[in-house]
Design a protein around this ligand. Structure first.
Ligand code: GMT
Length: 374
């Protein structure tokens, strides 16, 4: 198949899922065309079955805002026509789903039928998308996509709650590469960051308000009163500075390492003992899944799709959003009981295996094949 994939090229979960999906499809012999404004971060090596098409918006004095969606639409049309795409798979509704609708209409005029699959990822529905300034366009684009998928049952329910659409939504969860994310024998030598007696807690995100990184620091402050430990914060974003300040205020800064945006988080996850994900909203929690695949249990909030991934009492624990006391208590429980830690680590790996690339990829292929048969 010749498949067009439209996504955000950044470190965000939707871009990661789209890129890993494209790479996995390319490995099976499909020809993949990524259409986005810069090279996706996880697309960093030559692959004969992958082409990257850059959406380049030029500046013009008249524009206060550059019309990205118009240029993206034109690029979709161009790639579909000249590369002979069989279908277009857009990740994240805004503005990809509406641009795809427009591209489809333009192509129809030229006698080309381009099936469009829209995958909803999270904040496009639960945060940004439900804003009244986006809602009519998103409702329309969801209804008029050929197939819509969502990454969790919770996100599917949220879509029906916030948008005026009766479109059937198929749930296809996030997936993980079990070869890449796996437990390591020596805990990656604890990264030369923590001693053998110390535990390592980790959090990975884009440091947006929705991630509640301040709660991560508050939980850590409580944990370290009972457990010798260090905290690794991976990623960067708007809350980074406030988080650094909070670490200093709470007197934990010296035991926290900000490592910034990392391309290969698997190199660091294998050293961690516990992953913290106290998000306000989370449609799935790809970072938690990757951590579980590396054998690291998760203490998280019980919001959105997280309970579909992290199982309370098995792969970690869940608590209400903002309940840092409970999350700290659960963390201490896991980190002070080697048997429990070991057991939860094994359960985490086992559960992550349900979301392996091998299990999830055929779900997308089924969707593609059903569209091509029509
Ligand atoms: O987590 C983010 O803020 C990034 C965001 C994105 O769209 O790039 O991630 C969303 O999509 C991921 C992949 O499907 C999900 O695993 C994340 O849970 C989801 N984030 C939120 O719902 C906040």
């Amino acid at each position: 198949m010749k498949i067009g994939i439209v996504c955000y090229p950044t470190f965000g979960g939707s871009g990661v899922v789209a890129t890993e999906l494209g790479k996995a499809l390319a490995a099976q012999g499909h020809m993949i065309h990524f259409i986005t404004y810069s090279q996706p971060v996880r697309l960093d090596e030559f692959n004969a079955n992958i082409v990257f098409h850059e959406v380049l918006v030029s500046e013009y004095a008249l524009f206060q805002y550059e019309p990205y969606e118009v240029v993206l639409t034109s690029k979709m049309v161009d790639v579909a026509k000249h590369e002979g795409l069989d279908l277009l798979h857009v990740h994240y509704a805004i503005p990809h789903a509406s641009a795809a609708f427009m591209a489809k209409q333009i192509l129809k005029e030229e006698g080309i039928d381009l099936p469009v699959i829209t995958t909803l990822h999270g904040t496009d529905i639960t945060l940004v998308g439900k804003d009244p300034s986006f809602e009519p366009v998103i409702s329309f684009s969801i209804t008029h996509s050929d197939v819509v998928t969502a990454v969790s049952e919770s996100l599917k329910a949220d879509t029906y709650k916030h948008f005026r659409t009766k479109k059937d939504i198929k749930v296809i969860p996030n997936f993980v590469n079990l070869e890449k994310y796996k437990p390591s024998e020596n805990g990656c030598a604890r990264l030369n960051f923590a001693s053998k007696e110390e535990k390592i807690l980790i959090h990975i995100s884009n440091f947006r308000k929705v991630k509640r990184v301040d709660d991560v620091v508050k939980i850590f402050q409580k944990v370290r009163t009972k457990v010798k430990s260090k905290l690794i914060l991976v990623g960067d974003g708007p809350e980074r500075y406030a988080t650094e300040q909070l670490c200093r205020q709470l007197g934990v800064y010296d035991d926290v390492r900000f490592v910034g945006k990392l391309k290969n988080v698997e190199d660091i996850l294998c050293a961690a003992d516990l992953f913290l994900l106290p998000s306000e909203h989370e449609s799935f929690g790809l970072a938690a899944l990757e951590s579980m695949a590396a054998g690291t249990p998760v203490v998280s909030s019980n919001t959105g799709g997280i309970p579909e991934v992290n199982i309370h009492g098995e792969t970690g624990y869940l608590a209400n959003v903002g309940d840092v006391d409970a999350m700290a208590e659960f963390s201490i429980r896991i980190l002070t009981d080697e048997n429990l830690l070991q057991q939860m680590s094994e359960e985490s790996r086992k559960r992550a295996a349900l979301f392996s690339m091998e299990n999830i990829l055929p779900m997308y292929l089924d969707v593609y094949n059903s569209l091509l048969k029509k």
